[in-house]
Design a protein around this ligand. Structure first.
Ligand SMILES: Cc1cc2nc3c(=O)[nH]c(=O)nc-3n(C[C@H](O)[C@H](O)[C@H](O)COP(=O)(O)OP(=O)(O)OC[C@H]3O[C@@H](n4cnc5c(N)ncnc54)[C@H](O)[C@@H]3O)c2cc1C
Length: 382
């Protein structure tokens, strides 16, 4: 039989997240931060104190050695409170911990993982370039081997989240001159403070708590110790890192989508027109029913994916399916939530408009819906 019981230990963890978020970043603080374009970095050390960032780290490195199921539950609950909290968790675990654990050297793991678990190491993945979006294999940022050892990086990355405040940039670079596509790329772990890195902020519709940057790399030099994984295999390594972060993004989308349903439902029960609650109109009821069904189905897909990852089974199709289902659901429920709330949802103080704006990114960031459908079709033998 399939068991959907959440273990007692995980339930306690979720309760502790509720208390921490109510204390450290209540809904009014989230609204203020979104309007002020501020990132609640203070949440990362708080997550560290609760052990959230140590969940997926093996005990040999001082972690809790739990599996991906707990991480998915935590991500979903953080997202229900605030999408940015789940994003900070997800990028630390997905871009940071998983790339270190899978491809980091022993020295990188020993040096960085302890700080990461305390919430004192911030990460950004710098993959996208102006001519390499969905087609990530088109990257041209180069890292040339130096005679005395080490690498010199030149090029530009764009739309990189949280990059300026990051401690480390995970940067896939073309290290084999003349190579194309997935060949000849190496993943480098570049300290943000390295000379030659410049940042230009980018303006955007949503995700105001998560700043985006165009990054310039002008003769940025790093040592051989910066190499993650195998030289020349960085594209494959990056895709596998994205695999985890997409699972995290799906959990984030499910958590926020549930919040959007909850917000719309509360409004439908309270708002009265024609002498009755708008939730008594069947047109509104059906919208809410469809919204909850879509969220429940996306959540089931997420829990199945978390189980597949936790048990080391192949999950290419399920990862693509979950990313697709969760992110399109998030857009669907916020679009319908806005319709149900009308002017009340369109006001800048409303949580619905913020989630509606933020939802726009999820269906193309970290692999677009079209790319996920391509992957699913390929897994189906097409
Ligand atoms: C707010 C924000 C944060 C981001 N954060 C990061 C980050 O931290 N790190 C990072 O590296 N990048 C980041 N990105 C970049 C993001 O991952 C890219 O925007 C995404 O990969 C899509 O690339 P693109 O925007 O160039 O779209 P394009 O690649 O130009 O795609 C445009 C459209 O064409 C479709 N398309 C393209 N190829 C195909 C195909 N083969 N089949 C069918 N349809 C196709 C796409 O699905 C899409 O609908 C961020 C972007 C934003 C806006």
């Amino acid at each position: 039989m399939i068991d959907f019981d959440i273990p007692e230990e995980d339930r306690a963890l979720l309760d502790s997240i509720d208390r921490m978020m109510a204390r450290e970043f209540p809904p009014e603080a989230l609204r203020r931060a979104d309007l002020a374009h501020e990132t609640p970095w203070h949440l990362l050390p708080r997550m560290g104190e609760l052990g959230l960032l140590a969940l997926a780290i093996p005990e040999a490195y001082g972690g809790l050695g739990k599996d991906w199921r707990s991480a998915a539950l935590v991500n979903e609950r953080l997202a229900w409170h605030a999408g940015i909290a789940a994003t900070l968790f997800g990028t630390t675990v997905g871009f940071g911990a998983m790339s270190l654990l899978n491809y980091g050297t022993e020295a990188q793991k020993r040096e960085i993982l302890p700080r990461l678990m305390e919430g004192r190491a911030r990460f950004a993945l710098a993959l996208t370039e102006s001519t390499a979006g969905t087609d990530a294999g088109a990257i041209t940022t180069s890292a040339r081997r130096l005679d005395g050892g080490g690498w010199r990086i030149n090029g530009r990355k764009t739309w990189i989240s949280n990059a300026d405040a990051a401690d480390y940039l995970v940067v896939p670079c073309r290290t084999e001159p003349g190579s194309k596509g997935s060949k000849g790329v190496t993943m480098l772990l570049v300290p943000r403070a390295t000379p030659g890195i410049s940042m230009t902020g980018l303006d955007k519709v949503g995700h105001h708590c998560m700043p985006s940057y165009d990054i310039g790399f002008d003769d940025v030099e790093v040592g051989d110790a910066a190499v993650m994984g195998e030289v020349g295999q960085g594209f494959r390594h990056t895709m596998s890192t994205l695999h985890y972060s997409r699972a995290g993004q799906a959990a984030n989308a499910v958590g926020q989508a549930q919040r959007a349903v909850d917000v719309a439902l509360a409004h439908a029960k309270e708002r009265r027109q024609f002498g009755q609650a708008i939730g008594s109109f069947q047109a509104v009821q059906h919208k809410l029913a469809d919204m909850q069904v879509r969220v429940n189905l996306a959540r089931l897909s997420l829990y199945q994916l978390a189980w597949l990852i936790a048990t080391g089974r192949p999950c290419r199709l399920e990862a693509a399916q979950t990313k697709l289902a969760a992110t399109e659901t998030f857009q669907y429920v916020t679009r319908n939530g806005l319709q149900i709330m009308a002017s009340a949802g369109y006001a800048m103080e409303s949580d619905m408009q913020r989630m509606w704006r933020d939802a726009g990114l999820y269906t193309f960031g970290e692999g677009s819906s079209e790319l996920q459908r391509n992957l699913i079709a390929r897994e189906m033998g097409l």
